[in-house]
Design a protein around this ligand. Structure first.
Ligand SMILES: *Cc1c(COP(=O)(O)O)cnc(C)c1O
Length: 395
C-alpha cells in the first residue's frame, strides 16, 4: 500500500464541518432537527453586493487578477483599516486570499519553521492547531476558564514564551466562546510580543459583531512597535454574510506579506475575480446591512441567554460578540440518559441529536470537553424551539 504523507496523516478534519454534515444528512432523511451548528450567518448576502458580482460577470471580469488581489480591492481594504481601525497601511502591506482561513494558513506557512511554537488560548477555533501543525510548528495552548472570560492572561503568556516562540494568536471576538479581550489585558500581551519580538496574529473576523455598545480595538492600533509585528486578519464572510464567496485578507509586515504572495502564487493564485468585485462593494458601500444583522444577532443572544438561565446544570459566559454561546454542560456528565452514559461533549452531542432532535457542536474539537457550542445564527422561533427541547432532554 502506498502511504500517505505524514503531514496528511497528522491532520484531523474540521469537527465543526463534520457535525454540520451529519445534521444536514439527518434533515435530508426527513428528521426534524433544530440546528445550532452553523458557523455562518443565516442571512442572505445583501443585494448590493450580489449586484456588484453580476456586473463583474457581465463586464467579463472573469480572468486572473494579480495574486495578492486587485489594486482596487486592496485599496478598499486600506480604506477599511483607516476607517474602522485607525490604521494606516500601503497596499503592499495587504494581501487578499480565499477566505480568512486561507489567510491564516498562508501566514503560518510564511513564518513557521519546524519546532517553532505558536501561543494561543483554549477554547480555540478548530483550525488553529491544525494549520500550525501543517506548517511544521507546535501549538502551545494556554488553558483558560470561564472566570477569565476564556481569555489568556498576560502572565500566562509571559510564562509560555520561550526562544522557540514565533507568534501569539488572538481571536477577539472569539469563536467558539463569543468573548472579547479586555483592552488592558490585550495591551499587556502586545507588550510581551514586542519585547520578545514575536508576531501577533490578530484574528478579527468577528469585529463587526459586538454587543452592548462595545467597540473593537485592534492591537495593531496600540502603537507603532505593535503594528510592526501584527497581522490584522479579517474578511467579508461573517460581517457581510459572504461565507461562500471566499474572500479574506490581512495587513501586516511587508516582508511576510510578500512571502505569503509567493506561496499563494503557487497554490491558489488570486482569489476569485468576481468575488473580489463583490468584496469591493461590501467594503465601500454604506454599512447599514451590517448593523441590521448585528442587531438581529444581539436580540438572539439575549433570548438564548435568557433561555439557558432557565435550564438547570448549565452555566455560560454571556457572549460579547460573534454569534456563538459556549455553555458548560459538565454538571450532566456521569448521568445515564436514554440508556446512554454521558461522559463528555461527544456523548451529550449525540444524545441531544439522537434523542432530542437538537444539533450542537461538541466542545472537544475546540479544546474544551465540558462545553458545547451553539450558534445563534438562526431565527428566534428556532432558538426557542431548540431550547425547549434541550430543557426537556436534561430533566
Ligand atoms: C469563520 C472564521 C474564520 C474564517 O472565515 P473565512 O470564511 O475563511 O473568511 C477565521 N477565524 C475564525 C475564528 C472564524 O470563525
Amino acid at each position: 500500500m502506498i502511504s500517505l504523507s505524514e503531514r496528511s496523516q497528522n491532520v484531523t478534519p474540521s469537527s465543526t464541518l463534520a457535525i454540520t454534515a451529519k445534521i444536514n444528512g439527518m434533515i435530508a432523511d426527513g428528521v426534524d432537527v433544530v440546528k445550532f451548528g452553523a458557523g455562518e450567518p443565516d442571512f442572505d448576502t445583501p443585494d448590493y453586493i450580489k449586484a456588484a458580482a453580476i456586473t463583474a460577470l457581465e463586464d467579463g471580469f472573469t480572468k486572473y487578477t494579480p495574486v495578492p488581489g486587485t489594486p482596487e480591492l486592496r485599496e478598499a481594504i486600506v480604506e477599511k483599516y483607516k476607517r474602522d481601525n485607525g490604521l494606516s497601511y500601503s497596499t503592499s502591506e495587504v494581501i487578499v486570499s480565499c477566505g480568512a482561513k486561507h489567510t491564516l494558513y498562508n501566514i503560518m506557512q510564511a513564518i513557521c519553521d519546524p519546532g517553532d511554537e505558536l501561543i494561543f488560548a483554549a477554547p480555540y477555533w478548530v483550525s488553529y492547531p491544525q494549520q500550525i501543525k501543517l506548517a511544521g510548528a507546535v501549538p502551545r495552548v494556554i488553558e483558560t476558564t470561564a472566570k477569565q472570560n476564556f481569555c489568556m492572561q498576560s502572565a500566562d503568556v509571559a510564562a509560555a514564551i520561550n526562544s522557540n516562540t514565533k507568534a501569539i494568536l488572538i481571536n477577539s471576538p472569539s469563536n467558539p466562546t463569543g468573548t472579547t479581550y479586555d483592552v488592558e489585558n490585550l495591551k499587556q500581551i502586545a507588550e510581551i510580543a514586542v519585547k520578545n519580538q514575536v508576531y501577533l496574529i490578530s484574528d478579527e473576523i468577528y469585529e463587526a459583531l459586538l454587543y452592548d455598545g462595545a467597540t473593537h480595538q485592534s492591537p495593531a492600533s496600540f502603537n507603532e512597535e505593535t503594528k510592526a509585528i501584527t497581522f490584522v486578519v479579517n474578511g467579508v464572510s461573517k460581517a457581510y454574510s459572504m461565507t461562500g464567496w471566499r474572500i479574506g485578507y490581512t495587513a501586516g509586515p511587508e516582508d511576510v506579506i510578500s512571502a505569503m504572495s509567493r506561496i499563494q502564487s503557487h497554490s491558489t493564485s488570486n482569489p476569485t475575480s468576481i468575488a473580489q468585485k463583490a468584496a469591493v462593494a461590501a467594503l465601500n458601500e454604506p454599512q447599514d446591512a451590517v448593523e441590521e444583522m448585528r442587531k438581529a444577532f444581539e436580540e438572539r443572544r439575549d433570548v438564548i441567554c435568557e433561555r439557558f438561565d432557565d435550564i438547570d446544570g448549565v452555566s455560560y459566559v454571556k457572549p460579547q460578540g460573534a454569534f456563538y454561546i459556549f455553555p458548560d454542560f459538565s454538571a450532566h456528565y456521569g448521568r445515564t440518559l436514554d440508556g446512554q452514559k454521558i461522559e463528555g461533549s461527544m456523548d451529550i452531542t449525540d444524545y441531544l441529536l439522537g434523542s432530542a432532535g437538537v444539533g450542537v457542536v461538541p466542545g472537544d474539537g475546540f479544546g474544551a470537553d465540558k462545553n458545547l457550542r451553539l450558534s445563534f445564527a438562526t431565527s428566534l422561533p428556532e432558538i426557542n424551539r431548540g431550547l425547549d427541547r434541550i430543557k426537556e432532554a436534561l430533566k
